[in-house]
Write a protein that binds this ligand. Structure first.
Ligand code: PMP
Ligand code: GLU
Length: 397
């Protein structure tokens, strides 16, 4: 029997797949180094865990309104005001099961069949698949190494059509770790205004920024940018809460109504306990967050230093998130113990088989000459993993 053609046309999430494979190998006793996971290795801070326990004990274990509890929406509005100089009312906020569901809701609420969404290469794996699931067409924008793989106006103007509905912006970026500065954001905002398109701004790595850089939300630039931007954020990365599953989106009241209505049929509310725990995450003490950011910065510096000593690889220097893209093109179209290494997927597979190092192939992000390493892991593991990578490279012919 033929199943859904749309579903058959979707690639599984390679980031989740490789992370699960590395965990499985580790559980079976293999000494695997995983650079796969896009998640902090720290546990959720205790004050957040305590808030969840308290909520359960107080009986906050029932359904809530589909789009989330009002107390959390108000807390999120305060967060936007304080952190981003953005003013929203609770009826402009939808709380969903991770930033991933926020994105799915957005695409379902804005796209009609054939509508195009601009996505930069490299991109986070789920953007194109979520656009396709919502009957939209992903339009990839080729960006250049010289510009750190960030959009330029010329690149955008060359792909925009009268079917373009939205542009995705992800700063700090997964997988490159680069950050858009104010002048670059202004160019994108002006471009969106000129072509009357929506801006989907995924700001999930907002707090994971180094080198004294600053995060600016494109929505805060001017009134027009505010009106056409849909801001996505969440607690997975910032508060080490990947498994709790909570993301939130700020948009117009009209779009919020549509997204809430979609979600009311798909999943209803985010689990109630997580919503209460998130109020504590956003309003409670921030020492753990500061410690985590400092730790990520040291790990990034350590990883970059180690990689600079590895032969014939270059990197994209990250200022945010917790990933390093490593250029492996010199090692493509080679062999390792009779195994052909023709692309980043072959490279990642053979590296895992032979040296037990898990990385994400760049093909998952549309850049086949790279692999992505996550430094959300300890210094000891980074050291061991890069040493193994280096040995592997020295054996490739
Ligand atoms: N956006 C980006 C850029 C991501 O890397 C991720 C990965 N977790 C998400 C959104 C989704 O995050 P979550 O669903 O865990 O909130
Ligand atoms: N976003 C993270 C990553 O890129 C987590 C996995 C996922 O949700 O794709 O690795």
């Amino acid at each position: 029997m033929e199943l859904s053609r749309k579903a058959e046309n979707i690639n599984p999430s390679i980031t989740l797949e490789i992370t699960a494979k590395a965990k499985e190998l580790k559980n079976s006793g293999v000494d695997v180094v995983s650079f796969g996971a896009g998640e902090p290795d720290f546990n959720t801070p205790q004050n957040i865990i305590n808030a969840a326990i308290k909520a359960m004990e107080e009986g906050k274990t029932k359904y809530t309104p589909a789009g989330g509890i009002i107390e959390l929406k108000e807390t999120i509005c305060d967060k936007f005001k304080t952190d981003n100089n953005l003013f929203y009312k609770p009826n402009q906020i939808t709380i969903s099961t991770g930033a991933k569901q926020c994105l799915a809701n957005v695409f379902m609420a804005i796209l009609n069949p054939g509508d195009e969404v601009l996505i930069p290469i490299p991109y986070w794996v789920s953007y194109p698949e979520l656009v396709k699931l919502a009957d939209g067409t992903p339009v990839f924008v080729k960006t250049s190494k010289e510009n750190n793989y960030k959009y330029t106006l010329e690149e955008l103007e060359s792909v925009v059509t009268d079917k373009t509905k939205a542009i995705i912006l992800n700063s700090p970026n997964n997988p490159t770790g680069t950050i858009y500065h104010e002048e670059e954001l202004r160019i994108i905002a002006d471009f969106a205004k000129k072509h009357d398109i929506l801006i989907i701004s995924d700001e999930i790595y907002e707090k994971l920024i180094y080198d004294g850089e600053k995060h600016i939300s494109i929505a805060s630039l001017n009134e027009d940018a505010y009106d056409r931007t849909i801001v996505i954020n969440g607690v997975s990365k910032t508060y080490a809460m990947t498994g709790w599953r909570l993301g939130y989106v700020a948009a117009s009241e009209k779009l919020t109504k549509l997204m809430t209505s979609i979600q009311s049929h798909m999943t209803s509310n985010v689990n109630t306990v997580t919503q209460y725990a998130t109020i504590e995450a956003l309003t409670g003490p921030k020492e753990n967050l500061e410690k985590m950011i400092n730790e990520f910065e040291s790990r990034r510096n350590f990883m970059l230093d180690k990689l600079s000593k590895v032969n014939e690889v270059s990197i994209i220097k990250p200022n945010g998130a917790f990933y390093v893209m490593v250029n492996i093109e010199k090692y493509l179209n080679t062999t390792f113990k009779e195994e052909k290494i023709n692309n980043s997927l072959d490279f990642a597979r053979v590296l895992l088989e032979e040296e037990k190092v898990a990385v994400i192939p760049g093909s998952g992000f549309g850049l086949d000459n790279y692999i992505r390493l996550s430094y959300a892991t300890s210094i000891e593991i980074i050291e061991k993993g890069i040493d193994r990578l280096s040995i592997f490279l020295s054996k490739i012919k």
